[in-house]
Ligand binder design. Structure first.
Ligand code: MLT
Length: 263
């Protein structure tokens, strides 16, 4: 799979491409990287779109830029730079969880670059005070105790208890491969992100909202309410999945997205 590096303003982002046709940008969650999309990228969607999986700054093959925090709006400006480098046309964007928050920020800031949206395992609301406090605890914990413990505790919620051990190991190695300084900056950016609920009725491009049947992080009821707030949005629940729906059920995820994308 070819990798390109896009450079601007002391930032170097890696994008991984496969497939043919118009571009679709895939935006990963916290604290992961483009590899979470590999099962989807090896499936039928690559016959319909050139799939572009980005490594957000500090993740995967994109180096940390020295930022103390990673605000969602900075990630969104990075995506805008990637899109403008690759094409003149608006593109389909798919974001999971934190990638969904970034996708919402992209819509808020650069809607002329967006052709359609897939928001998967994500939400519009800001953190509750409890979740925000939990991010502070997570920062102290990862700095003091390292990434293995973070990965082990996150895995309890990211995938179903019956998930394949290899799938768990793949997610664990992504988390353990992400620099601690990136994890800390992500957690600060996540805690400070704005409430995007009022943005939802302003979305005028076709939108698909995908929930995992047993997702404890972004529950399906909250995602359904989110879909209802977006004019004309479709809502799909993928069975047999928790939070990592594109990895846990790549075929069902690809079917839902494939049925949604127009040629
Ligand atoms: C993610 O998967 O990106 C995170 O769970 C998002 C979050 O913690 O809000």
């Amino acid at each position: 799979m070819p990798t390109r590096h896009i450079e601007f303003d002391h930032t170097r982002l890696a994008v991984h491409l496969t497939g043919k046709g118009p571009l679709a940008l895939l935006v990963h969650g916290y604290p992961l990287d483009h590899r979470m999309w590999l099962d989807v990228m090896h499936g039928p969607l690559a016959r319909r779109r050139t799939l572009v999986a980005v490594d957000l700054r500090g993740h995967g093959s994109s180096p940390w830029c020295g930022d103390a925090t990673h605000p969602m709006h900075t990630f969104a400006d990075d995506l805008a730079a990637v899109i403008r480098t690759l094409t003149d046309a608006p593109i389909d964007v798919v974001g999971l969880s934190m990638g969904g928050y970034v996708t919402e920020a992209l819509w808020a800031q650069h809607q002329e670059l967006v052709r359609s949206l897939v928001l998967t395992n994500t939400r519009a609301a800001a953190d509750t005070p409890l979740v925000r406090d939990g991010r502070q605890v997570a920062i102290q914990d990862v700095v003091q105790n390292g990434r293995r413990k973070l990965a082990e505790s996150m895995l309890q919620k990211l995938v179903l208890p019956r998930a394949d051990p290899l799938l768990r190991a793949r997610i664990q190695s992504m988390i353990e491969g992400t620099a601690v300084e990136t994890i800390v900056a992500d957690l600060r950016g996540l805690a400070d992100r704005p409430d995007r609920t009022a943005l939802l009725p302003t979305i005028t491009v076709p939108t698909l909202v995908v929930a995992g049947e047993h997702d404890p992080i972004t529950p399906q009821a909250e995602m359904q309410a989110m879909a209802q707030a977006i004019p004309g949005a479709r809502f799909v629940v993928v069975e047999g999945s928790a939070h990592m729906t594109p990895m846990e059920q790549p075929q069902a995820f690809a079917e839902a997205v494939g049925a949604f994308w127009v040629d």
